[in-house]
Design a protein around this ligand. Structure first.
Ligand SMILES: Nc1ncnc2c1ncn2[C@@H]1O[C@H](COP(=O)(O)OP(=O)(O)OP(=O)(O)O)[C@@H](O)[C@H]1O
Ligand SMILES: [Mg+2]
Length: 279
């Protein structure tokens, strides 16, 4: 599925199907007995104390819990940015624990998109180049990467910002750019650590809506958040406490939720302007 169809070309029926992983869907993430202890100066910190977690392809999971409970550590070990002391992690059916840096860098480029709280954009280059560079690193020719970057900028409402550097963009625009960057190489798994943490309420809502659209289009998402509103926007909540999973539950759909059919029409109007598979 292309990013264009993931983002916009979602019929209501398709969105409903995307809201829950199909029975028997392939596991996007499979974690067994994951443990991670940091040996700091004083007492060792047991950040993960035995995590078992499966995320099916197409799920949208919010990871919540108090500060220091291990949320970022969990995301980092899934991404191979941090290592486990014990246990195993599979992403897309491939073991990521115990791999060397080169293998992980290549794997991440093609399978995992990561969005951080403070965007982690390249400050000195344009919005366009922030997307072109990972595309080229991912194996695209520069011209193809540029075309894809422009399409993503258009899709995320940043089409007129291509030449600007991140510093002149608003927080919400920077985060949309960071999400676009995470999508350049069409990752199977999108990870986000507090993606709305640095944004105001409106900016956070906008980013949440973007994640919801991506999910409706089939994107697998694991998102860490402190915000109950953001967590409620996911289809499943996993709550951590002291390095363990304390609760794992489907988020009930809110019968009093505002009717989004109007938004959907707006979405379809955008979609109609884009040829299917444009990105
Ligand atoms: N590199 C590190 N060295 C030592 N201790 C660490 C390291 N990274 C994390 N920790 C510790 O591991 C525990 C879990 O940290 P983690 O960052 O995963 O928490 P978190 O749930 O993401 O918290 P927050 O909500 O504040 O971001 C904390 O006690 C933290 O201090
Ligand atoms: Mg954290």
């Amino acid at each position: 599925m292309t990013t264009a169809s993931k983002l916009w070309a979602v019929e209501p029926e398709t969105a409903a199907a995307g809201a829950d992983a199909a029975p028997g869907a392939a596991a996007a993430v499979s974690i067994r007995h994951a443990r991670r202890t940091y040996t700091a100066d004083l007492a060792p910190v047991r950040a993960l104390r035995g995590i078992d977690l499966d995320v099916a392809s197409g799920e949208f999971v919010a990871v919540t819990g108090p500060s220091g409970c291990g949320k970022s550590t969990l995301l980092n070990v899934i991404a191979g940015l941090d290592t486990l002391d014990e246990g195993t992690i599979e992403v897309d059916g491939q073991r990521v624990d115990g791999r060397d840096e080169d293998w992980l860098a290549t794997f991440r480029r093609h399978h995992i998109g990561i969005v951080f709280q403070f965007f982690n954009l390249l400050d000195g280059v344009s919005a366009l180049d922030n997307l072109v560079l990972p595309g080229v690193l991912g194996g695209m020719r520069r011209r193809a990467a540029e075309a894809r970057a422009r399409d993503l900028l258009d899709l995320l409402g940043l089409g007129d910002r291509a030449a600007q550097i991140p510093a002149v963009l608003s927080g919400g625009q920077r985060q949309r750019l960071a999400i676009a960057r995470a999508l350049v190489n069409e990752p199977t798994l999108l990870l986000a650590d507090e993606p709305t943490g640095a944004l105001d309420t409106a900016g956070g809502q906008e980013i949440l809506e973007l994640f919801r659209r991506l999910h409706a289009g089939g994107q697998t998402i694991v998102l860490v958040t402190h915000s109950p509103e953001v967590a409620a926007g996911a289809a499943r909540q996993v709550r951590l406490r002291d390095g363990l999973i304390e609760a794992d539950s489907a988020v009930p759909s809110d019968p009093d939720a505002p009717d989004t059919s109007r938004e959907r029409q707006d979405t379809d109007a955008v979609s109609a302007e884009l040829a299917p598979g444009a990105v």
